[in-house]
Design a protein around this ligand. Structure first.
Ligand code: SF4
Length: 446
């Protein structure tokens, strides 16, 4: 029999700065030989609940990885595959579809409501009509998807691969968000990064994407080789003239496995300094503000603040996402995991019926809290209520000193029960998230 001990009369022993409910929680744990513990928290803390809240039907996001690219861009540190033959891509797509069939069954995913689908890469638009159709049909077969009411369905594309016919295929498979890696609208900046695109090709491809009726996002990269304030101003101006719903600005990151790294060491290129890059970002934000593009997260700006990206939002808010394809990574509950990162090995494993997961990490409650801070603040704010409900702590109790330091730098402010990034905090990118995460780990990690 499940019976709980309760000892509310002891509540008055505890500090007055604790809430009454917290004092009752503590009082119920007063060490004594009487009052056998059978449960925690005690029933007196439970709320009215019905079957729908008990049933585990938590939503899922689907990520599908396509590793193939038309070329290796000089700044890109992703493991991509270039120069693949059609037969190799077809074999990969067959394996991917088999993985969808196997894993949707093995991990009990088929009945879960789907929040979003994302085809990322690499360059998904490098696949032909057959490949894109095959993957989409397989998803429809093994997941609960309504063709007339699809969730957000994003396909990433490189402009050079988005011809009219390809855009029609994207429309036919139901893509309702097309995200184009444009990076720059200056031809010589594109060339220095080994891109095949030109401003003309980009403009044409975006036109095709817009004709499908999908929400179109374009990515720009600040701080590419050859970028000056003049070239950056031109790219921002042209990006706004294209009239897309959403513009994302990524900072260029320098990694040792890139052509940029080699070219920089051999003095073939130079890159803008961190300070210049911050100036680029400030300029872009001013222009976006003037054109009524609002920050949905600290690096994506959408027309009038609409067209928010569901897939990223849900993941940063902690929803599950299941990865299909080589090197794709995802999350189920507190378990993070990744698929093997060699294409041939991935294909062979799946063909022999093996699940291609090769590494993972089971998060502790502290990991989850740090992750919630790091990823959550990308949406420009953290909710005090969320932390209190999920972890039972006030964010200020956990890292109030660090919040104060960030506030003094002008990066964050407290308002309406939220810790909000200021304009300057947004310009600094992940700085505030990392600062708070470090403070949490330093104080609480065992
Ligand atoms: S930047 Fe995009 S297109 Fe270029 S290599 Fe990387 S994933 Fe491929």
């Amino acid at each position: 029999m499940q019976v709980e001990s309760q000892n509310p009369e002891l509540a008055h022993h505890y500090p007055h700065d604790l809430s009454a409910s917290r004092r009752r929680f503590i009082a119920n744990l007063e060490p004594s030989r009487r009052g056998f513990v059978t449960n925690y928290p005690n029933f007196q803390h439970w709320k009215k609940t019905g079957p729908s809240q008990v049933q585990l039907v938590s939503p899922l996001n689907i990520y599908v990885h396509i590793p193939f690219c038309a070329q290796q861009c000089s700044y890109c540190y992703y493991r991509t595959v270039t120069g693949s033959r059609k037969s190799e891509m077809d074999r990969y797509v067959d394996a991917l579809c088999k993985e969808i069939e196997m894993s949707s069954e093995r991990f009990g995913l088929r009945e879960r409501p789907i929040s979003s689908i994302y085809f990322g890469g690499g360059t998904p638009t490098l696949l032909d009509e057959r490949g894109l159709n095959q993957i989409t049909e397989t998803l429809h077969k093994y997941f609960k998807l309504d063709s007339n009411n699809l969730p957000e369905f994003t396909v990433e594309g490189e402009p050079v691969t988005v011809i009219k016919k390809k855009a029609d295929v994207l429309k036919n498979i139901g893509a309702n968000r097309i995200s184009m890696g444009v990076q720059s609208l200056c031809d010589h900046v594109l060339k220095l990064s080994n891109r095949q695109d030109t401003e003309k090709k980009v403009t044409r491809a975006i036109g095709f994407a817009q004709e499908t009726g999908a929400v179109v996002n374009i990515d720009l990269m600040s701080g590419l080789a050859g970028e000056t304030m003049d070239t950056w101003k031109y790219s921002v101006k042209r990006a706004l003239e294209l009239g897309v719903e959403s513009i994302t600005v990524y900072k260029t990151e320098l990694y040792a496995n890139t052509q940029y790294f080699k070219d920089l060491r051999n003095e073939k290129i130079s890159l803008p300094t961190d300070e210049q890059e911050i100036e680029f970002m400030r300029y872009a934000m001013e222009q976006f503000e003037e054109a009524s593009y609002r920050p949905w997260c600290f690096f994506t700006f959408t027309k009038q603040g609409k067209y928010q990206h569901v897939h990223a939002t849900r993941i940063w808010e902690g929803e599950d996402y299941f990865p299909f394809g080589v090197s794709a990574f995802g999350r189920l509950g507190s378990q993070l995991f990744q698929n093997t990162n060699e294409v041939d090995h991935y294909v062979e494993q799946v063909e022999t019926g093996e699940t291609p997961i090769f590494r993972g990490h089971r998060m502790t409650a502290l990991d989850e809290m740090v992750r919630d801070v790091l990823l959550g603040i990308k949406l420009n704010y953290l909710s005090y209520e969320y932390f209190r409900d999920k972890y039972g702590f006030n964010l200020d109790t956990l890292c109030g000193g660090s919040i104060e330091e960030l506030a003094q730098k002008g990066y964050v402010k407290r308002t309406d029960g939220k810790l909000v990034l200021t304009q300057e905090g947004m310009v600094q990118g992940d700085y505030s998230g990392k600062f708070l995460a470090k403070a949490l780990l330093a104080r609480h990690a065992a």
